[in-house]
Design a protein around this ligand. Sequence first.
Ligand code: F6R
Length: 239
Amino acid sequence: MKIVFARDYQDMSRKAANIVSAQVLLKNDCVLGLATGGTPVGLYRQLIEWQKKDDISFRDVRSVNLDEYVGLPPEHAQSYRYYMNRTFFDHIDIDKANTFVPSGLFQDAAAECAAYDRRIEAFGGIDLQLLGIGNNGHIGFNEPAEDFQMNTHVVDLMESTRRANARFFGGDLEAVPRQAITMGLLHIMQAKRVLLVADGDQKREVLLRALRGPVTPKLPASILQLHRELTVVCSCTPF
Ligand code: F6R
């Protein structure tokens, strides 16, 4: 595990973008596992800037996102498909047909989840998986549980997660969906490389517990201690 302490959000974003950029330069048709949320916005902005300067190209990249809210259509402003388009894909030269976000509008949850896992397997797995971390230690929407949830699955979001994300829904907790579909821990752990980004001291305690505490499904991010190629880029006070 490599932990990089950045000075501030901008420094964290740039350092993390350098890692994603290196991956794409080394393997132009790589598979990127992507995350949403507030933390990676600056990283995506930096990658867009480099792409606009022609320093990097996403033409042959394929991407799989971690998660999506159940019930939100792709054109909903808070859906993760919308986020990815608006925050990243609309501004780079990626072929959107090669970008995948789980659908929150499935008829058959088990079939949708299995199809998402099969897609990742058909790609030969993920080369670089980008992650944020929730205050409760979730990665993707793998919430604290009795067991590690390995496969893509539908999850009931914890109240604390819905509260944390209410800021994206104009502060309206009731508007935050109660369920999400999320990649499980298997494909995250099978990714050749994992890049976890965390911003500020508000994430310091959960990061410490995840990286230095016991490995437990009650803190899903703790499983990352077992990954061979984990890089953490964080802008909290060093520990
Ligand atoms: C997003 C995701 C979540 C977030 C986490 C942190 O696709 O899977 O695990 O990474 O909730 O969110 P922020 O960055 O908003 O603090």
